[in-house]
Design a protein. Structure first.
Length: 197
């Protein structure tokens, strides 16, 4: 199979994490890209597994050296994806999932399109946007979590609408109105792009 670099984006509450976890359970050659961050580890997080935890100076040095495929500053902390581990994994025959927002996906897309056609990142690149069925359905899912107050939910819905407006930039879109159907559509995309069918 062709090793794939799979970029998946979705608004908060669209079911992206659940779908990505289902993919990992069904494709042994798939693995998550481990991002770098300057935020402090949470009690249950492990360096190198959940994130690569870096100092701000170390992160900025990697930016200056051009080592990131994409990066951003979010709420006073940096987050980013290193190029080298992705390239290594693709060369070893693995598929990589990048679970990133639309701004990060745009950075990756621009980088990949400037690579030569034979580069493993360009050859295996695919990006997919997971849409909720409707903004109202998204609001209900966010409310159903019971983790956020009304102001946070409103902000997430506004952000979601801005992200959904950019869904057309992606090669594929999957609407998650039914989890099993959405998962089958994701599998179909991956199977075709990897040359499995």
């Amino acid at each position: 199979m062709t090793p794939l670099l799979i970029v998946i984006s979705a608004p908060s509450g669209a079911g992206k994490t659940t779908l990505c976890d289902m993919l990992l359970q069904n494709y042994p050659e798939l693995c998550y890209s481990v991002s770098c961050t300057t935020r402090k580890p949470r009690p249950n997080e492990e360096d190198g597994v959940d994130y690569h935890f870096l100092s701000a100076n170390a992160f900025k040095r990697l930016i200056d050296e051009g080592r990131f495929l994409e990066y951003a500053k979010v709420h006073d902390n940096y987050y980013g994806t290193l190029k080298a581990p992705i390239l290594d994994a693709l060369r070893e025959g693995h598929c990589i999932i990048l679970d990133i927002d639309v701004a990060g996906a745009e950075q990756v897309r621009k980088h990949v399109l400037n690579l030569p056609p034979e580069d493993p990142m360009r050859r295996g690149y695919v990006d997919i946007f997971i849409n909720p069925p409707t903004p109202d359905a998204l609001r209900k899912r966010l409310e159903g979590r019971g983790t956020d107050d009304d102001a946070v939910i409103e902000k997430r819905v506004r952000n979601a609408q801005a992200e959904m407006a950019r869904a057309g930039e992606y090669m594929f879109q999957v609407v998650n109105d039914d989890l099993d159907t959405a998962f089958r559509k994701l599998c179909d995309i991956i199977n075709v792009r990897a040359g499995l069918i």
